[in-house]
Design a protein around this ligand. Structure first.
Ligand SMILES: Nc1nc2c(c(=O)[nH]1)N[C@H]1C(S)=C(S)[C@@H](COP(=O)(O)O)O[C@H]1N2
Ligand SMILES: [Mo]
Length: 224
């Protein structure tokens, strides 16, 4: 437990400056330093429109992963590769947070209520190497997406099992998916299977097909 706390502090320390100067904030001033969410203001990133219902968007394989069979492995540039199951996930601190969901196809849904575990708590279990910079997040459908640690370590990046008071449905990535409220939603892998810790950046599924490596909605940062 102490090792995990130490690992998390070390990581946050290393990425603090980058995290604070990130443009992935709801503040549209250069390199925004505003609050991470809108605080009730009806504010959309550039060229987005608001939807009331939650669309489903994925590469179409929608794998069936019963929660009894779900497992998540954290490996790559780490001291201690770990595999978590459903029980292991529920044993970690459970966080409730409300955040927005911005899809690069231009719809945004405000105020999604999530319950899950912080990415920063999960990654700390594996104790990433000093040289770690990015993660590749793999899904049970073979999907991948790359996320910089400076983004993934933010407090609102969660691995969620509950959305708006209901268990996360299979179509939205149940039993567990990742969410990245300050990045476009394709950076949040549904049916999450593996977090591969990397020492350099590498494109995932959509990034190989021309989408942005960084994906900041407040910078209209859609393509490479
Ligand atoms: N495993 C997996 N995760 C994925 C995808 C996918 O195809 N497979 N699509 C991404 C894209 S492009 C978006 S916009 C969001 C959509 O999430 P939703 O279907 O819950 O709205 O999931 C992201 N995560
Ligand atoms: Mo998307």
């Amino acid at each position: 437990m102490e090792r995990i706390v130490a690992s998390r502090l070390k990581l946050k320390d290393r990425f603090q400056a980058q995290m604070a100067s990130s443009p992935a904030q709801s503040d549209d001033r250069p390199m925004g330093t505003g609050p991470s969410n809108r605080h009730g203001m009806p504010k959309l990133p550039p060229d987005q429109y608001e939807v009331q219902k939650w669309p489903v968007l994925d590469i179409g394989l929608s794998p069936i992963v019963p929660k009894e069979k779900w497992k998540l492995t954290i490996d790559g540039a780490v001291t201690e590769p770990v595999t978590l199951d459903w029980g292991g996930m529920l044993a970690l601190p459970q966080i409730e947070d409300t955040s927005d969901f911005h899809c690069v196809t231009k719809w945004s849904r405000f105020d999604m209520a999530w319950v899950g575990v912080r990415f920063s708590d999960i990654i700390a279990l594996a104790d990433p190497d000093e040289t770690a910079t990015h993660v590749m997040v793999h899904g049970y459908d073979g999907y991948t997406t790359n996320v910089p640690l400076a983004e993934a370590l933010k407090d609102d990046v969660l691995l969620v099992h509950t959305a708006n008071g209901e268990p996360l449905t299979r179509e939205h990535g149940g039993p567990i998916r990742m969410i990245t409220p300050q990045l476009y939603a394709w950076k949040g892998t549904k049916w999450i299977k593996r977090i591969e810790v990397m020492t350099e950046d590498r494109p995932g599924f959509w990034e190989e097909r021309g989408y942005s490596m960084s994906a900041h909605p407040w910078r209209n940062d859609r393509y490479r």
